[in-house]
Design a protein around this ligand. Structure first.
Ligand code: GCU
Length: 597
């Protein structure tokens, strides 16, 4: 009965992904056609392009991109004279009219496409916030929920040589049952926020692959290759020319070939982020990728990279574009943000609180920066709602699917600051086991809460810790919890023999605002927080990493204080204009010290 009920709810659910094909791995190494640029748009707060006046879904909505055929025909919308927005990009920072806008915007892109025989075509979205309904030439091709993970749909049967119109209804309205839910401390940037492209493949193609070192091994590579199409049973060859490696494996009737081999590989590390050209070749298709090989594991309270204990010198980052603000989406944005993290002396970044765009991960791979990647199970999610769980599992699956071959990603995080309850624990345990089933090699964590057991002792005993490899813990001693010097008398205890990453700490300062170290919002106050924090952190015996909150100031609708916040969270070590605050240098000095050790 319960199963029937869940299936019924899922069927009724407004937004589990329909008609979505398996995520195509590595669009970088394939033939693609970029659909970025100016897209025609219609802002539709009442969704009258989707529903009729009886609030029933209309068969004649804006997705038809209709034009009056006669002078008497009544058509009450027109994409081509309704303005445009840049894709990729959020709509909030492209025009003041949409700065606070939460609702539906329709996007339309016309294109011609001469399809070659024996090929298939897919439309790929790097990300669309939050709920995307996708149509081609007036036909619905699918729906995707989740603002920060990629999705693709096959359009082979629908695409025509010329005059194609791709229409996407993007709705960023927040919902109680969604992931994230109603309340977040970041701007709800809406739109087609990441790259959109067409992917052309042979009829049978290399759909996906997972090629990484086996957990704890520095030689043994395991994984799989998955073909899609009609010729599923065939040989596939893995080639790593630089390592003098080449071997063939055979796919089974489902198109899957388990991969298992040993090779002499130079290991990826922050000091030497070695990436290999890897070829995945089937008879009908071949894909190239740049892959690093490293092992990551824990032993007691240690985190071991390639078998050696390591300290994660990190910082948190929101996907806020440096200097210009708005959603970051480009390689240049990634290079700027990760470049600043490198200036800090970081070898690790916590990408909060959702999967960032692929450029961030690929640049971290190239630059040798380890990554904590997280899904937006943030604060008070609807733990008992099966639709919400399915949604969170889906976002987790898509995050892992896209980045599983990136050596830089060492930690998957399933949640941030979620209140204790049995329902919450069951929900998060479900996510943890889902992640382990998809990727047995990486570490799992979450940013958990802690509590005082007496005035000077904080305890980490969140029951979720039992199921994680690395404990994440957020604390704001000196900002939400007392004054900076309070940290001097504090100690941290943990119920678990596991490594701790202090996943958030810090405080706000407006760049250029100066005063004494007890005056809030000044650089001196923030500097003082870091000085006292670092002294406290150094005393925690099981601390194996830190990622203070946060690299740069970022927009938040929860921060209206005039002349100080103006809808920016000012906990950045760098201002929204790229200026380094005093606290930046305090943390830099500590990280340099750690690097010498
Ligand atoms: C929280 C939360 C962040 C938030 C930060 C803050 O811990 O995880 O998303 O921005 O605190 O209050 O600044």
């Amino acid at each position: 009965m319960a199963k029937l009920l869940i299936l019924l709810l899922l069927a009724l659910a407004p937004c589990v992904n329909a008609q979505q094909t398996d995520l195509i791995a590595n669009t970088e190494g394939r033939k693609t056609i970029n659909l970025n640029g100016q897209w025609q748009i219609i802002v539709d707060p009442y969704e009258s392009g989707f529903y009729n006046y009886r609030y029933q879904p209309s068969n004649d909505g804006y997705f038809k991109n209709a034009k009056p055929k006669t002078k008497s025909e009544l058509i009450e919308y027109d994409f081509d004279s309704s303005g445009s927005l840049n894709v990729p990009g959020d709509w909030n920072t492209q025009t003041d009219q949409l700065f606070f806008y939460e609702g539906t915007v329709w996007y339309k892109r016309s294109f011609d496409y001469a399809r070659k025989p024996n090929t298939r075509v897919f439309v790929y979205f790097g990300g669309a916030n939050y709920l995307a309904d996708v149509y081609l030439n007036g036909e619905k091709i699918g729906r995707h929920e989740g603002g920060f993970t990629p999705f693709n749909f096959e359009i082979t049967k629908l695409v025509r040589d010329s005059g194609n119109f791709l229409v996407v209804k993007v709705d960023n309205k927040r919902r109680r049952d969604a992931v994230p839910t109603l309340m977040t401390d970041w701007w709800n940037y809406g739109g087609l926020t990441r790259d959109v492209k067409l992917i052309e493949t042979p009829t049978t193609f290399v759909n996906d692959y997972f090629i990484q070192l086996q957990k704890g091994s520095r030689k043994h590579v395991t994984g799989w290759v998955k073909l899609a199409g009609d010729k599923l049973n065939q040989p596939v060859t893995i080639r790593i020319p630089e390592a003098g490696f080449s071997r063939s494996f055979t796919t089974d009737a489902r198109g899957i070939a388990p991969i298992d081999f040993s090779a002499d590989l130079k290991l990826w590390s922050p000091e030497d982020p070695k990436l290999y050209d890897v070829g995945i070749e089937a008879e009908t298709d071949q894909v190239r990728d740049r892959i690093g090989f490293r092992s990551i594991e824990t032993r007691g309270t240690d985190i071991l990279l390639n078998g050696r204990p390591i300290f994660l010198r990190g910082v948190c980052i929101h996907e806020e574009a440096p200097i210009r603000g708005g959603r970051a989406y480009s390689r240049e944005d990634a290079q700027t943000l990760l470049g600043w993290a490198k200036d800090l002396g970081a070898n690790f970044v916590r990408l909060a609180h959702y999967p960032h765009n692929e450029w961030m991960i690929r640049e971290a791979d190239r630059l040798g920066i380890m990554v904590w990647s997280e899904i937006p199970v943030y604060w008070t999610i609807e733990w008992e709602n099966p639709v919400t769980l399915e949604n969170a599992r889906n976002q987790l699956g898509e995050m892992i699917a896209r980045d599983k071959n990136r050596a830089a990603v060492v930690i998957w995080s399933v949640a941030n600051e979620t209140p204790l309850s049995d329902a919450r624990l069951a929900f998060l345990k479900n996510l943890v086991s889902h992640a382990r089933s998809l990727d047995p090699g990486r570490l799992l964590s979450a940013a958990m809460e802690r509590h005082y057991i007496n005035d000077t002792t904080q305890m980490i005993d969140d029951p979720l810790g039992e199921y994680l490899d690395v404990l994440g813990c957020n604390e704001y001693v000196g900002w939400y919890d007392g004054l900076p010097e309070k940290a001097d008398h504090l100690e941290f205890k943990s119920k678990y023999q596991k490594p701790l990453v202090m996943s958030e700490f810090g405080g706000d300062a407006l760049y250029g605002n100066h005063g004494d170290a007890l005056t809030r919002w000044t650089e001196e106050y923030q500097e003082s927080i870091y000085q006292h924090q670092i002294a406290m952190l150094k005393k925690i015996p099981f601390l194996r990493g830190t990622s203070p909150w946060i690299l740069t100031d970022f927009r938040s609708p929860r921060r209206p204080l005039p002349k100080i916040q103006d809808y920016w969270n000012r906990k950045g070590l760098i201002s929204s204009r790229g200026e380094k605050k005093k606290a930046f240098y305090v943390l830099q000095a500590w990280y340099r010290e750690l690097q010498q050790q």
